[in-house]
Design a protein around this ligand. Structure first.
Ligand code: TYD
Length: 209
């Protein structure tokens, strides 16, 4: 149990699912309702997060999935201590674009095939002390639709934006209850229009907030 007055809401999904758009829209809506909101993201804007963003952009090669898994977990410890916990203690609604479910899905899906099963529990273990969200919103978007959305973005594709991997990730996200037992998940059909998705998120989160 957390000892704070805040609310911690996480947005998750495959690349192009709309976590950045929808987390920003939800924050704007809550502010219009006079709630105190803090928005953040992972990889974080701290030093380890910065290194991870260089790797995602292909500017630093961190080698096998093990290194990335450890760095994502280290970034999370730093992010929770420096940013998330203090804002929760202040009573804010903290909205985070990706969190440890991204580590369990992405790092497991990119592990060497013969290590996949043990990797999943290892990644869960190294994230054992990550403060639990009040709800994790998962935006489920067909991998083909997400690929089209990514093609319309500026900039080069990032490290994990590959078709078969994204299909594996979509399947893992459907299995969230098994990957993170005990957490509260809100499953949203992200193939709808942005306005419809936003409305569905507001309705689903109302009882939690
Ligand atoms: P980002 O540019 O934030 O992607 P998006 O805006 O599409 O969410 O990059 C985040 C990438 O990092 C994304 O491909 C998922 C990956 N990731 C992990 O592999 N493990 C993690 O623990 C986290 C937080 C992100």
């Amino acid at each position: 149990m957390r000892q704070d007055d805040g609310r911690f809401i996480v947005f998750e999904g495959i690349d192009g699912a709309g976590t950045t758009t929808q987390s920003a829209r939800f924050a704007r809506y809550l502010r219009s309702e006079r709630r105190v909101v803090h928005t953040t993201r992972e990889p974080s804007d701290g030093p380890v997060g910065h290194l991870l963003r260089l790797a995602l952009g292909g500017r630093v090669d961190l080698g096998p999935a093990h290194t990335m898994a450890l760095l994502f977990a280290a970034d999370r410890v730093d992010h929770v201590n420096q940013e998330i916990r203090p804002h929760l203690r202040d009573g804010s609604v903290v909205i985070c674009d990706r969190y440890d479910l991204s580590s369990i899905t992405y790092q497991t899906a990119t592990a060497p095939p013969e290590e996949r099963d043990s990797f999943e529990s290892w990644v869960r273990d190294i994230n054992r002390y990550a403060v639990r969200p009040d709800a994790t919103v998962i935006l489920h978007v067909d991998p083909e639709e997400a690929e089209k959305r990514r093609a319309n973005r500026q900039g080069a594709p990032e490290l994990f934006e590959e078709t078969q991997l994204q299909k594996d990730l979509a399947a893992l996200y459907r299995d969230a209850e098994r990957l993170r037992p005990g957490d509260t998940f809100v499953h949203i059909d992200g193939n709808q229009t942005a306005d419809e998705v936003e409305q569905a998120i507001r309705e689903a989160l109302a009882p939690i907030l």
